[in-house]
Write a protein that binds this ligand. Structure first.
Ligand SMILES: *Cc1c(COP(=O)(O)O)cnc(C)c1O
Length: 435
């Protein structure tokens, strides 16, 4: 049976199964908290984006936004699936290179790339840098001049699309720390610096309108606005973009109230909008790039925890505490993100009560899920939280000196440890004595 729309089933013991392996076996073998990924789902997600472009016979690149979840094994899977890779820091770039990811398929983002990060990108001849600000243009010019090299870039612009999502993850609007504003003319200023540059090859434009988006209208509006600007540059400077990068943000199901579109629907509508505008301007259709992060890994990840203490506050609420929380999943505390969960060893038992799942950190805000319907629960039960594959491990911290959990990949009935869990020694490994 499929559990509450989440792509996992149960076995004849009534236990939750992930990638063909009993989740109880995983919890016992690796301990909890534990991040588990069904790699088959990651592959399926990646393929549905790639396939959607192939079906339309459109030139495209699908770049996995590795900030959603980066480790060597994940980068290797992205490579196996033929994805490109977005990185935003020295750490993400280093991970990609160590994983053997081809540098020409790596794209670098960031609103404050350091000289060192840019140099690393140039030295490794990555595929493209997405330019975000004037300071970066200056740094990049200097570095390329020094080394006598060239670099392909996209210009990141903010077209001014308002989105009906949580404001912290709204980046396409005019008041944003990301990119060059089209409306106030800064995008044009940047364009004039880059167009026909000696060392910097301006391939096209980039825009990322937000995250966890459930409709296609925002993308279509963004494409229209980008083409309004492209038309001006075409008329004035003869500029024809070779690439249009529409970013990520494709929504996934966390709870039953989320109704994500099939990934090909986003692709179909984006392609149609780009096609229509290209025909209008009578230019060749640019290559379309997209950058899904959450939609590649989000629903493939499950977090396993062990239930410990519980607290019943009569007439108010039942609290059940688990052995992880905001240190391994900050999203509920940061964004009031909602999740669903089951008791993995009672996954087919009917819920009889509601309990709120508390993390173990010393913060009242460390609550993973409020008022979750659960069967009778006791210490030692395993709680499985669904759809934690994106921005979970990626945003984990050592708050309260909690050790970061291990990550396990499961595929076709085989499990493999891909990130070791931290130990108490790991927690103090960078500490130096002061006596
Ligand atoms: C965060 C981000 C993405 C990925 O967003 P998702 O919501 O995870 O798909 C893609 N591109 C850029 C520029 C981003 O900042």
């Amino acid at each position: 049976m499929i559990i509450n729309h989440h792509p996992f089933s149960t076995n004849d013991k009534g236990n939750l199964v992930i990638g063909g392996v009993d989740s109880l076996t995983l919890a016992e073998k690796y301990g909890t908290p534990l991040y588990v990924y069904d790699v088959g789902i990651i592959r399926k997600n990646a393929r549905s984006f790639i396939k959607a472009f192939e079906n339309l016979d459109v030139k495209a690149k699908v770049a996995y936004a590795s900030k959603a979840f980066s480790c060597i094994a994940m980068v290797q899977v992205a490579n196996q699936e033929g994805l490109c890779l977005d990185v935003v820091s020295q750490g993400e770039l280093f991970t990609a290179l160590e994983a053997g990811f081809p540098s020409e398929r790596i794209h670098m983002h960031g609103n404050n790339k350091s000289r060192h990060e840019l140099k690393m990108a140039i030295d490794h001849q990555i595929g493209c840098i997405v330019i975000d600000n004037f300071y970066e243009i200056q740094l990049l010019e200097e570095l390329l001049q020094q080394e006598g090299k060239t670099m392909d870039v996209l210009l990141r612009v903010t077209p001014g699309v308002e989105l009906n999502t949580h404001q912290y993850i709204m980046t396409g609007n005019e008041d944003s720390k990301f990119g060059f504003n089209i409306v106030n003319g800064q995008a044009d200023q940047a364009f004039q610096l880059l167009h026909n540059h000696k060392h910097i090859r301006l391939k096209g434009l980039h825009c990322h309108i937000g995250s966890q988006i459930f409709e296609t209208e925002g993308f279509k509006v963004a494409v229209d606005l980008l083409f309004e600007q492209i038309e001006k540059w075409l008329d004035r400077d003869g500029f024809k973009p070779q690439v249009l990068n529409l970013g990520g943000g494709y929504g996934i199901r966390y709870t039953e109230i989320d109704n994500p579109l099939e990934y090909n629907v986003y692709v179909d509508e984006i392609v149609e909008a780009v096609k229509k505008n290209s025909e209008r301007l009578n230019i060749l259709m640019p290559e379309i790039w997209i950058e899904p992060g959450r939609s590649i890994v989000g629903n493939a990840g499950v977090s396993l925890y062990t239930v410990g203490s519980s607290k019943e506050i009569p007439g108010i609420r039942n609290y059940i505490s688990v052995d992880g929380g905001m240190a391994d999943n900050i999203r509920p505390a940061l964004y009031e993100a909602k999740y669903e969960a089951v008791i993995a060893n009672k996954a087919t038992v009917k819920p009889i009560e509601k309990a709120s799942i508390a993390g173990k950190a010393c913060e009242s805000g460390d609550m993973l899920i409020w008022d979750l319907p659960l069967p009778e629960t006791e210490p030692g039960d395993i709680l499985a939280v669904f759809a934690t594959g994106a921005y979970g491990y990626a945003m984990a911290s050592n708050y309260n000196r909690l050790a970061k959990p291990a990550v396990v990949f499961v595929e076709d009935g085989t499990d493999k440890l891909v990130v070791k869990g931290e130990t108490a020694e790991d927690i103090i490994k960078n500490d130096l004595s002061y006596e």
